[in-house]
Design a binder for this molecule. Structure first.
Ligand code: SAM
Length: 293
C-alpha cells in the first residue's frame, strides 16, 4: 500500500505541520494531549506529563532503551534523551512527513547517534529490523502514546510486538479507551452516537476498546498488567480554543467542508463531547512481558 492510500498516513502527512504550529505542544514537539495531573504547574509540565510517566517507569525498571510506536516527530524520545544522558531509543511513524521532520529535529539537537526514527508501519514486523538492540543490559521499554486507536486492532499489535520482547520488558500504552462504566447500549443515544461517529471518522479511530478488553488481549499475548492510571480527570475541556472549534464545527456542518484539517477539527470537537458524556476515557496502562517458561 502506498502512503497516500493509507488514511492515517494521509491525515498526519497533511496535518502535522499545522498541529505543531497551532497545537497544544508545539515547543515540546508533542502530538498528544496536555495532562494537568498531580504536581503539574505549567503548560510545559502538562504537555510532558505522559513523557515524564514514561521516564519514571523506565527509571524504575532500569530500562535504558525506548521504542516509541507511533512516535510523531519524536517529541517523547527527545524528552527522554534530555532527561537522561544514558537513554537511547528508536521510533516508528506511519507518516513520511513526520519522519522527515524528526530527522531535521534529531540533527538540529545532535541526537542522531542516540535516536533513530523510521517511516514504517508498527504492525509490520519488517519495520523493527535493525531497530532494537540485541545486546541490552536492562529491559526494553516500548511505548505507544495516542497511536493505538488508529490501528485496526490492538490485538494485531500485541501479536507483532510480543515475539520481539523478552521476559520483564515493559510496554506502556497511553490512549483513549471506551468507558467500562457504561452499561452496553447506554451510550448509543442518537446524540452520543453522532459524537462518537464524528470522533471515529474525524480522527481515524479504529480500535477503541475498554481497558479491561485491552488487558485481556495483552494477557493472551504474554503481558501482565502492572499499573494503570485514569488520566481523564486531568484533561483540558472547554478552553477558549475548544469553544472556538465548537463554533467552527457548527458552522462547518452547514457548509460541509472536506479535507484533513476539517477532519481533525470534527474529531477533536466530538472527542471533547464523548469525554464529557463519560463515553471515552484517557488511560495510561503499563504492561510487563511474562516469563514464558
Ligand atoms: C496522535 S499522534 C501521536 C504521536 C506521538 N506519539 C506523540 O505523542 O507526540 C499518532 C501517531 O501514530 C502514528 N501511527 C498511527 N498508526 C501507525 C502505524 N500503523 N504504524 C506506525 N505509526 C502509526 C502516526 O503516524 C502518528 O505519529
Amino acid at each position: 500500500m502506498s502512503d497516500l492510500d493509507d488514511p492515517v498516513a494521509r491525515y498526519y502527512d497533511a496535518n502535522t505541520k499545522r498541529f505543531l504550529s497551532l497545537g497544544q505542544g508545539k515547543s515540546a514537539r508533542a502530538l498528544h494531549r496536555a495532562v494537568w495531573g498531580e504536581g503539574v504547574e505549567s503548560r510545559h509540565d502538562a504537555i510532558h506529563f505522559v513523557n515524564e510517566l514514561i521516564y519514571r517507569d523506565m527509571e524504575r525498571c532500569k530500562a535504558d532503551f525506548a521504542v516509541d510506536l507511533g512516535c510523531g516527530v519524536g517529541g517523547s524520545l527527545l524528552y527522554l534523551a534530555q532527561r537522561s544522558s544514558s537513554l537511547s531509543g528508536c521510533g516508528i511513524t506511519l507518516s513520511r512527513v513526520q519522519a522527515q521532520i524528526s530527522a531535521e529535529l534529531l540533527k538540529r539537537g545532535g541526537q542522531e547517534d542516540r535516536i533513530k526514527i523510521v517511516h514504517g508501519n508498527m504492525l509490520d514486523a519488517a519495520s523493527y529490523e535493525n531497530l532494537i538492540p540485541v545486546e541490552r543490559s536492562g529491559p526494553l521499554f516500548v511505548f505507544a502514546v495516542e497511536s493505538l486507536i488508529h490501528l485496526e486492532s490492538a490485538d494485531q499489535l500485541f501479536q507483532t510486538v510480543s515475539p520481539l520482547l523478552r521476559s520483564k520488558d515493559r510496554f506502556a500504552i497511553c490512549d483513549d479507551f471506551l468507558s467500562s462504566k457504561l452499561p452496553a447500549g447506554q451510550w448509543e443515544t442518537p446524540m452520543i452516537g453522532r459524537w462518537f461517529d464524528e470522533y471515529r471518522r474525524g480522527w481515524k479511530v479504529h480500535s477503541l476498546v475498554t481497558p479491561d478488553q485491552l488487558l485481556r488481549q495483552a494477557s493472551s499475548h504474554g503481558f501482565d498488567n502492572i499499573a494503570r492510571l485514569n488520566l481523564t480527570p486531568y484533561l483540558e475541556l472547554n478552553r477558549p480554543r475548544d469553544r472556538l472549534i465548537r463554533a467552527l464545527v457548527a458552522l462547518g456542518r452547514q457548509l460541509k467542508p472536506h479535507g484533513e484539517w476539517w477532519s481533525s477539527l470534527l474529531g477533536g470537537n466530538a472527542l471533547q463531547a464523548c469525554i464529557k458524556e463519560g463515553v471515552v476515557e484517557y488511560w495510561y496502562i503499563l504492561l510487563e512481558k511474562r516469563d514464558s517458561r
